[in-house]
Write a protein that binds this ligand. Structure first.
Ligand SMILES: *Cc1c(COP(=O)(O)O)cnc(C)c1O
Length: 369
């Protein structure tokens, strides 16, 4: 019997990545700049469209940190953050000495709830501080309710930082995720839909914002022959070696999206006769890259039975993200909750979703469930 480990989401190389890395070595561009960095940024800009300008960085977390700086967040400020997300969405708020304000999700997309967002903004203003930014996340690749969130952000004149770390290849009403925020971020960590082993990007429709991000990411050097600094800088630029992996991965991004969407369809169809299971559907206008396929069970106990059984079968799964407002490290920060994310965390399970899964792998998962 085949008992090979099935991972949740593995790196999946296309084949040309090494060619770009060889070029980097042969031309000695083994540095945080060079032709692969430029080329990867161009590839992303072409893919995203909407006159996007891209700064390739060392991680998605670094991109969020710079995005917060670029919208002017300072110590003592408040920043609204979707509670149901990976901790990397919220951590950079605290790097700046600012305070995260957590807002719960709605059931349609599992992302930040528009009504609760507006309640939170009004309440923070009544408390004496208007939030400096809204971090909204496309969880598991499903776009958040962009029109609604955008209308609220515009009404209160608060910039949106779009965390599209999980959503490269997803679309909202035909527009690519990664172009919906005032500033947007992407991640190319090892488990994301495409990877550079580790990496990220900041995206803006404004060239000056992109250029300022690169300036801050390269130690904020003033234009002078000597080293001169008028601002605090960071070492956040992407290496030219890993950018080579990114260029290779961009050649297969569309195939990766198609493969992950097929995994989702397979799970949904194979479990269709089990009415106790539910899957997140795409609301009209939402196109998900289905980065991870998530199963909703009937109860915490059922979720755990399935998770432990799959573990026994050497199949990796993961409960849905534990909301930030329930994390010990963030417990002291204000939160606006409605129970949605807490329930999803209890009954939801992320199934293996890699673009390299075989039909045999997928059948083993179904068998285990
Ligand atoms: C992966 C991820 C990040 C962080 O990206 P890194 O490149 O790992 O730093 C941020 N937000 C979300 C929602 C993520 O899934």
């Amino acid at each position: 019997m085949n008992n090979k480990k099935i991972w949740l989401s593995s790196p999946h190389m296309g084949g040309t990545e090494l060619n770009y890395i060889h070029e980097a070595f042969e031309s000695n561009w083994v540095a945080p700049l060079g032709p692969n960095v430029d080329g990867f940024e161009k590839d992303l800009e072409t893919f995203l469209g909407q006159e996007s300008h891209v700064a390739a960085l060392s991680s998605g977390t670094a991109a969020l940190h710079l995005a917060l700086i670029l919208v002017g967040v300072q110590a003592g400020d408040e920043v609204i953050c979707q509670s149901m997300t990976f901790s990397a969405s919220a951590n950079p708020i605290t790097y700046l000495g600012a305070n995260p304000i957590f807002v719960d999700s709605e059931e349609l997309t599992w992302n930040i709830c528009p009504e609760l967002l507006e309640t939170a903004i009004q309440d923070r203003i009544a408390n004496g501080k208007k939030p400096k930014a809204i971090i909204a996340v496309h969880l598991y690749g499903m776009p958040y309710q962009h029109s609604e969130i955008r209308a609220i952000a515009d009404r209160y004149e608060i910039p949106i930082i779009e965390d599209a770390a999980e959503a490269l290849g997803s679309q909202y009403k035909g527009q690519n995720c990664g172009t919906l925020g005032d500033i947007s971020i992407l991640s190319f960590n090892g488990n994301k839909i495409i990877t550079t082993s580790g990496g990220g990007a900041l995206v803006s429709s404004q060239q000056e914002i992109r250029d300022k991000a690169v300036f801050l990411a390269t130690q904020a050097r003033d234009a002078a022959p000597h080293y001169q600094h008028s601002e605090i800088g960071y070492n956040y630029r992407m290496s030219n070696v890993v950018a080579g992996i990114g260029r290779g991965q961009m050649e297969v991004l569309n195939e990766r999206v198609a493969a992950r969407r097929k995994n989702f369809e397979f799970y949904q169809e194979s479990l269709a006769q089990h009415v106790e299971f539910r899957f997140l559907q795409e609301p009209e206008g939402h196109y998900s890259n289905r980065w991870l396929s998530c199963l909703l069970t009937e109860s915490f106990e059922q979720r755990e039975r399935i998770r432990l059984n799959l573990e026994k079968e050497n199949i990796e799964t993961r409960p849905l993200w534990k909301p930030m407002h329930l994390q010990p490290v963030f417990a002291k920060f204000p939160q606006y909750s409605n129970g949605t994310s807490e329930n999803l965390f209890e009954i939801g399970l992320c199934l293996p979703s890699g673009s390299d899964l075989t039909t045999e792998d997928l059948n083993r998962v179904i068998e285990g469930v």
